[in-house]
Design a protein around this ligand. Sequence first.
Ligand SMILES: [Zn+2]
Length: 318
Amino acid sequence: MEEAKARHSLSDIVARHTNLKKRGPRELVGLCPFHSERSPSFEVNDAKGTYHCWGCGAAGDAIRFLVNKEGMTFIQAVECLMGEAFPVISDEERAKRKAEDERDMAERIALARSIWSRSVPASGTPAEVYARSRGITMDLPETVRFVMTPRWRDPETGEVGRDFPAMACALQDGTGAVVGVQCVFLAHGGRRKYERIKDDGTRAKAKLSYGAVIGSAFRIGPPSDHLIICEGPEDGLTLRQQLPDKTVWVACGTALMPRVSIPSEVQFITLAGDNGSAGRVAVDEATAAYMRLGLAVGAIFPDPPFKDWNDQLRGVRN
Ligand SMILES: [Zn+2]
């Protein structure tokens, strides 16, 4: 099975269904073949042989793609991969890709750490203004800081755009090391999130993540036997404010909810989902993933019609 998965570039298989553009050495991005969208959120990693959609949460490998997209059975998918349907890659090429991918990840973590090292405490900055504007009145955790950093950078040349203000949330791996940052870009001195409609009519992202995003979490509170896991930083701050003695960790992405590295002291997880289909799917997948680790898992949702925990805190109905 591993041999079947590693014989090809996943991008050659996915390319039967969507156009992919190169974004990193072994990373490609395109419109998701599993849901309808106008801006690309479907990522394929040819070094790892995995795909992942930031919009609908679809994720998996070559076998899962053939099963879910082409309607094959598991056996048919393995047979298809062992056959001649797609170009076969050599062992040397595979080793080279793995090395490139590791170098790429090391560079991303270094970038995230450089952003974090330039950040300052949130107190008195637009990051604090933003948190207060979202109804967060508690003292902010040390994992939230303020930074001026470019929204745009060219991964090939290293060229960067101008600095923007951002609330920076540290992303820590299973050992507690900072391996990433999620920046919530701000406007109007922090009274709002950054907003811009791009030329193609889509909305520019207000939140960008840097470094190792899979497995890491924005931690509000130290590891404990009971963890609350949620999607976004505003929700995490909201839940912590409402449950001050609980540890809340933020996956920083709907599709990342099932993928947080869980330290050994954790025994019980409460998944605090968002309402809506993507939120429900993420909670279902996360429930299955954490139960497989032998953990007790429960789920809570905001009261409808509130979309998320912060909307509920502020009484914002959609
Ligand atoms: Zn999708």
